[in-house]
Design a protein around this ligand. Sequence first.
Ligand code: A3P
Length: 299
Amino acid sequence: MNALHYCYNGFWFCEAILEGTTTFQQNFQAQDTDIILVTAPKSGTTWLKSLVFSITCRLQYKISDKNHPLVTTNPHGLIPFFEFLYGDNKSLHMPVGKPRLLATHLPYTLLPESIKTSKCKIIYLCRNPRDTFVSMWHFRKKILLKFDPSWQFPSIEESLERFCEGVSKYGPFWEQILQFWKLSKESPEKVLFLKYEDLKGDIIAQCKNIADYLNCSFSSEEENEGVIEDIAKFCSFEHLSNLEVNKSNEEGNVPLIENNMFFRKGEIGDWKNLLTTSMAEKLDQLVEQKLHGSGLKLN
Ligand code: A3P
């Protein structure tokens, strides 16, 4: 154990999340229609949640509707994390109806058996490690200083050292990525593997990709009516981060985190503002070594 984390079955957790994780593992019963979104923290979870909610619920809620749930509720309020759902936060509830949309940051090996054996579908989103690390660094700093302004926050060098040792929330980050990458190759009907950078590159193609994978493809009428463009625009960083609900410092469905904390810059390449070339190279070398032979490239 160190000051912040416990190592459980090879992955690092803080105490509160570990409790929710073990309860989830023991109690959750997956349904064949469940859709599980998996990410490492700061990989674009909020974006993925908004996209999948908009796509799967589009018959019930038109994206142009002024009362669309995403206008009034932060994406984490609509798609809860298992770890918090099964933690001691009594304000969180298991979604009702079908499909149930749920999320987690857990690696595949720590998911309950019923997720593995049922026909439920998993969407995994990863992001290049440089931007993920930098995003996490800013996020942790904001949270820790909020609770204790005198906190001796570790330097960027020290934080990177630990990240590269695998000691980060739910880390080692490469283990989780590799688990879902391999599974997506072996069982493409079980896991759709996405990259943040690909969503940025062609969001329309990726919305179609998500809808096809979830067996709710866009019809040609929807395509002609611009439904996909509307969803992409609605879920863009610019739009989502400017909604009142997401600008607020209300603590939503992730304990202790204000809604606005999920939105910072939403860009590719912001690592350049924090990491030196040698730091970036160190991380790249580690990633190359860890992913060697997998066929996966993260850049
Ligand atoms: P930055 O800190 O680099 O800006 P998560 O949702 O997994 O916590 O990840 C948060 C990161 O995703 C933050 O990255 C945040 O700004 C970015 N983000 C949030 N909403 C986004 C959106 N709609 N489109 C693109 N990026 C988004």
